[in-house]
Design a protein. Structure first.
Length: 138
C-alpha cells in the first residue's frame, strides 16, 4: 500500500510567493504524515491572471475567494472514490492505494477502442511550429 495526498487549498490571489509558501507548508505536512505521492492542482500558482485585466477588482473583489471550487477526490485503480470530494475547503486528502492494482487497471484502458471509427475519425499531427494564440484586430 502507498499513501497518497491530494492538496487542495486556494491560492493567494495574485501573490505567487505567498501561494508557494502555502504549498510548501502543505507538502511538508503531507510528507510528515507519510505520503509517498503528493499532488497539487495544475493551476495552483496564480500567475494566470494578469494584473492589467480590465475590471479586475470587480471580477475578484475578495482576495480570499475561491476561483475554482476545488472538488478534489482520490480515485482508486478500480475507479472508486476513496476520499473526498472537498468543496471549497482547504485540506489534504489522504488515501492508501494498493499499487499492485494499478497495472491490471491500466490493461483495461482501451485507448484504441473497440469503438474506434477510422471511417469518421483520424488523428493528424502538424510537424511545423505554430503559435497557440493569434491576435486579430477587427
Amino acid at each position: 500500500m502507498s499513501k497518497i495526498a491530494i492538496i487542495q487549498r486556494p491560492p493567494v490571489l495574485l501573490d505567487r510567493s505567498a501561494t508557494i509558501a502555502g504549498a510548501v507548508q502543505s507538502v511538508a505536512e503531507a510528507a510528515a504524515a507519510g505520503a509517498s505521492l503528493i499532488v497539487l492542482p495544475e493551476s495552483y500558482i496564480p500567475d494566470y491572471i494578469p494584473q492589467d485585466v480590465p475590471a479586475l477588482a470587480q471580477l475578484f473583489p475578495h482576495p480570499d475567494e475561491w476561483i475554482n471550487d476545488g472538488d478534489s477526490v482520490v480515485v482508486d485503480p478500480q475507479g472508486r472514490i476513496v476520499a473526498g470530494p472537498l468543496h471549497r475547503e482547504a485540506a489534504i486528502l489522504y488515501a492508501d492505494i494498493d499499487v499492485a492494482l494499478v497495472a491490471p487497471a491500466r490493461r483495461t484502458l482501451d485507448v484504441a477502442g473497440h469503438y474506434g471509427r477510422p471511417d469518421i475519425f483520424e488523428l493528424q499531427v502538424r510537424r511545423t511550429p505554430t503559435t497557440a494564440v493569434r491576435y486579430v484586430d477587427a
